[in-house]
Design a protein around this ligand. Sequence first.
Ligand SMILES: Nc1ncnc2c1ncn2[C@@H]1O[C@H](COP(=O)(O)OP(=O)(O)O)[C@@H](O)[C@H]1O
Ligand SMILES: [Mg+2]
Length: 376
Amino acid sequence: MARILVIDDNTDLLQMIRLLLEERGGHEVILAAEGEDGLRKALENPPDLAIVDIMMPGMNGYEVCRRLRQEPATASIPIIVLTARGQDIDRKTALEAGADLHIPKPVTMSELLERVNGLLDRGRTSPAIQLGGTIAFLSLRGGVGCTTLAVNMALFLAQQAKQNTCLIDLSPSSGNVALHLGLRPDPNWSALALLSTGIGTETIATYLLNHPSGLTILAAPFIPVIGEGLPRDKVLAALHALRHNFALLVIDLPSILNDATMAALEQADTIALVATADPASIQATIGTLQALKGFGEKIRLILNHTAPGQPATPKALERVFRRPIDSVVPFDPAQAQALARGKPLVYTSPNSPLAQAVTAFVPALQPASTSRSATG
Ligand SMILES: Nc1ncnc2c1ncn2[C@@H]1O[C@H](COP(=O)(O)OP(=O)(O)O)[C@@H](O)[C@H]1O
Ligand SMILES: [Mg+2]
């Protein structure tokens, strides 16, 4: 249960939201029909989350957000802006004013509740999980499940492990992270490449997408980038800003060791190298392990079965790779539909084989200093 403050001049909507949050959400709700009154109530007894309308007589919602952010008692509470102003510029203004989420009206009550709970969950941390701050998923052979595993891992960390997590798609070739999550990749990082100013923590926030689970995403552009993707300095600046805003970063890397990939690999605490048991992937994996010898300590090897059939024994592959395999993910027949529906298995079917395998390899992702000693 959480205390939620709702500020909206539409009293019918206020009552509807109160009913929803109290009856279906089990939360305690405080209502205010004016900005000034809402702000006073927030400062008197800070809520766990605030839902703020924008167009109200007197103090508008943007001003409410700014004032909440200025006061130490409310500076870090999650704020949802729920508004009829649904344009990109409105979203940008809301985020710049300090909102965590911008939800355009109309919104279904189920979706609102899902968003509220997602945002509340994001703030709660699980002491059981102590991961490195940045985990990069890599495979120089496409189609081995790199994106699938990165997306499911990020969702697990955000939703079940309750870590404040950002998933970053660095692919310059129409990356699929947003597709896996059923989101439109807009905004995405394409405009970052053109920025002449630095990338601060507030700037980066305007380029992010929100998933109802509480996971935040920096998506890749739908239209492939001709030439190099994000330059090295932009990748470093973006990761720096994101690390400031999030406890964990999960990066889905493109299948190429370009400047963007190398910058991300250097920054990563853990590199999850994904392979399948077919000859092309085996060759790419052996080559990658050699090319990235300098990163040896932080590499974890994941064998993913993207096709049904007899899995090759990890033992034989370990001899070929000359290193242990840290995790094996079985073929999951439900994955094809999960991708088609934009609903990853960790999100919809936590008991599925793929979701279980993703959850099981969380301990293997811990940085070398805090984990495994016997496997090497
Ligand atoms: N364990 C698995 N079981 C079944 N299908 C899988 C599994 N892992 C990935 N896939 C499927 O394999 C295809 C390639 O996955 P993707 O994540 O896009 O690979 P990559 O990012 O390496 O190119 C997708 O259609 C995905 O749904
Ligand atoms: Mg991919």
